[in-house]
Design a protein around this ligand. Structure first.
Ligand code: THU
Length: 132
């Protein structure tokens, strides 16, 4: 099983594939599954700015589209500044659908990171339970 530091390293490496000509802010993400599998992602921007997808959602959608809907353990996110790269609101919402207890590792450009849970970042979320 990958260590937290290795997962952060993977997220940092993924920044190289970022397509961010507009913000020039490269983000990488790495989503660890309980069986050790890791799904990676980067942000992919668009000339129609609102069509941009974040690194975290890229990783999540890759996992779901490969048949994974549960067993997510941790998500590392790496940005390009001194500050830690916390997931945006849309990513928090999308991640809660599949992994409300997910461990979140928010890293800065150097690979220092802060740790929390998705539950902490999005309490009282609107989810599948809200519709039943
Ligand atoms: N971005 C991410 O990929 N993840 C985050 O957690 C924050 C923001 C991207 C979206 C956009 O391409 C760029 O960073 C600037 O907002």
């Amino acid at each position: 099983m990958m260590t937290e530091q290795e997962l952060v390293q993977k997220a940092m490496e993924m920044r190289q594939f970022s397509y961010a000509p507009y913000s020039k802010f490269a983000v990488g993400a790495a989503l660890l599954c309980e069986d050790g599998n890791v799904f990676t992602g980067c942000n992919v921007e668009n000339a129609a700015y609102g069509s941009t997808i974040c690194a975290e959602r890229t990783a999540l959608v890759k996992a779901v589209s490969e048949g994974r809907q549960m067993g997510f353990v941790a998500l590392a996110i790496a940005g390009q500044r001194d500050g830690y790269c916390w997931p945006c609101g849309s990513c928090r919402q999308m991640l809660c659908e599949f992994a409300p207890g997910l461990k979140i590792l928010a890293a800065n450009e150097k690979g220092d990171y802060q740790k929390t849970t998705l539950q902490e970042l999005l309490p009282h979320f609107f989810g599948p339970h809200s519709l039943s």
